[in-house]
Design a protein around this ligand. Structure first.
Ligand code: NAP
Length: 254
């Protein structure tokens, strides 16, 4: 009998990817589906783009559903998990990818922008992990991967909100990893470098050139390269890796 799970390390698993309608999250959803997982494609405002991701996964022979939820909203996250459990039965892999960027130096950054950034990166990671852990614990297996940023570990003037949220997300990752290490659940982060997405599209040519000069590998990342890092940590073979950060950044944080 041929092994139907060969080359598909996540066969039989269910993955929830937040913010999977576009950019890095889209690439993660496609990659985890290619690795055999059924995927919940979460989005906030882009139903058509989420449907495109679901259609691409279905066209490749996989299974996916699109689920709308603002992952910074506790009630919406409860509904999100209820729908994923109803439609896909479980959550084995949670990827906390949704994020927004609002820049501004300390005296120019609106309180509402600070709150929105913290709520969407850090708050959502807490809310989703809080719902995922009991499901994973009951299954005796789980993977939580959060998408970090160079701003979590390096200084970028104008990134006080984004850098604070991303740094705190790493603190959550380490503490949660220690909490659930005995339950078969690993908790890690992937730290992407510079990726051409809608989030980075508004950067000026000057900023873009400055960033390009700071990447030792000499180019931006393909979203699929970030997804490969997530897939590595999500795989059963990575059971002994927890509480850590995997840079997929072309050396930008060196
Ligand atoms: P993006 O292209 O702007 O896409 C953001 C995604 O997040 C979209 O799918 C969006 O959904 C979703 N989203 C935003 N707010 C949400 C909310 N409240 N609830 C649910 N979904 C929400 O961003 P990206 O560049 O792919 O970034 C993805 C992650 O990587 C972020 O955490 C970002 O901080 C991180 N990152 C990016 C880079 C980079 O260079 N691009 C570098 C390091 C880290 P809708 O389409 O429905 O709005």
């Amino acid at each position: 009998m041929p092994d139907s799970t060969e080359g598909r390390p996540l066969a039989g698993k269910v993955a929830l990817v937040t913010g999977a309608s576009r950019g890095i999250g889209r690439a993660i959803a496609l990659r985890l589906a290619a690795d055999g997982a059924a995927v919940a494609v979460n989005y906030a405002t882009s139903p058509d783009r989420a449907d495109d991701v679901v259609a691409a996964i279905a066209a490749a022979g996989g299974r996916a559903v699109a689920v709308r939820a603002d992952v910074g909203d506790p009630e919406a996250v409860d509904r999100l998990f209820d729908v994923v459990e109803r439609d896909l039965g479980r959550v084995d892999v949670l990827v906390n990818n949704a994020g927004i960027h609002r820049g501004g130096r300390i005296d120019a950054l609106a309180i509402a922008d600070f709150d929105a950034v913290v709520r969407t990166s850090l708050g959502a990671t807490f809310l989703c992990a809080r719902r995922a852990v009991p499901l994973m614990r009951a299954a005796g297996w789980g993977r939580i991967v959060s998408i970090s940023s160079p701003a979590a570990v390096r200084a970028f003037p104008g990134d006080v909100a984004y850098g604070a949220a991303k740094a705190a997300q790493l603190g959550l990752t380490r503490c949660l990893a220690a909490e659930v290490a005995g339950d078969g659940i690993t908790v890690n982060a992937v730290l992407p470098g510079f990726v051409e997405t809608d989030m980075t599209a508004s950067l000026s040519d000057r900023s873009r050139a400055h960033i390009a000069r700071s990447i030792p590998v000499g180019r931006s990342a393909d979203p699929a390269e970030i997804a490969a890092g997530v897939a590595f940590l999500a795989a059963p073979a990575s059971a002994y890796i927890t509480g850590t950060v995997l840079p997929v950044d072309g050396g930008i944080v060196l």
